[in-house]
Design a protein around this ligand. Structure first.
Ligand code: SAM
Length: 243
């Protein structure tokens, strides 16, 4: 596919999710892509480096969350944001949301902060830290309407990271692909202990993403018990929902 065709298809695909996408928002995506490619040569931020792949496998894939969660206002958390996925595409498309990008690795946080400045985004911050530690801080606990994380860990671990951050009535949206039968069964058992339930399992049907991607939507129905999340080593030794 030529660069021009890819950009046309990307624009059309974004409009399937949001008919009001503007040229200005498209320009933000292109500046983001350029910086990502340049920084990646020095810092190895992502393994997806082809300019067309970045449009679809990073930007559109991240934006697909709007197919299942599209509130005008939200306080959203992206755990393990890496180079900004899915947090930045969501913020570009929903500038009125308040977004926190949580990332453990310093060089990635440096890139995230650079991008926030360069794209002149407001009401978004990049925080360096680990989910299992920050989730015990009052300022973050049970305070988000939407918690998401892409390509960070298995469902039981992700749910243990995410549920403590989510307010009662809020949603946890976890993109996944591949054979998930066992992982999902464990995730459902884990969710029960964490006060969350699975509300939807939605296939993603967008161009260039026809490889079995799904969005798991969980609702936080009860406050997550204070004992969670446990330490990283406890989670590894004894994952919730272990069969
Ligand atoms: N979400 C991004 C994406 O989809 O491209 C990055 C995925 S990358 C494979 C996983 C990221 O999660 C890494 O940048 C890693 O530093 C971060 N991470 C892993 N465990 C974490 C934790 N417990 N708390 C915060 N960040 C974490």
């Amino acid at each position: 596919m030529s660069q021009e065709d890819a950009l046309d298809l990307f624009r059309q695909s974004l409009r399937q999710l949001d008919p009001a996408v503007s040229d200005q928002q498209l320009q933000l995506f292109l500046r983001y892509r350029q910086e990502l490619i340049e920084w990646n040569e020095r810092f190895n931020l992502t393994s997806i480096t082809d300019p067309v792949d970045i449009l679809f496998k990073h930007f559109l894939d991240s934006a697909s969350i709007l197919a299942v969660y599209d509130r005008p206002q939200a306080r959203a958390l992206d755990i393990g944001a890496g180079a900004g996925f899915p947090g930045f595409p969501l913020k570009i498309l929903r500038p009125q949301w308040k977004v926190v990008l949580l990332e453990a690795t310093g060089k990635k946080v440096t890139f995230l902060r650079h991008m926030i400045g360069m794209l002149e985004l407001q009401n978004i911050e990049a925080v360096q830290g680990r989910a299992e530690e920050l989730a015990h801080q009052r300022v973050y606990r049970a305070s988000f309407d939407l918690v998401t994380a892409r390509a960070v860990a298995s469902l039981p671990v992700l749910l243990e990271y995410a549920a403590p951050f989510c307010r009662v009535g809020g949603q946890i949206i976890l993109p996944k692909k591949g054979d998930l039968t066992e992982e999902l069964a464990q995730g459902k058992l884990a969710a029960r202990q964490l006060g969350a339930v699975l509300r939807a399992d939605q296939a993603i049907t967008l161009p260039e993403l026809e490889d079995g991607r799904r969005l798991f939507v969980w609702e936080q129905v009860k406050k997550c018990p204070e004992t969670f999340p446990r330490s990283g080593s406890a989670m590894t030794k004894k994952p919730l929902g272990g069969l």
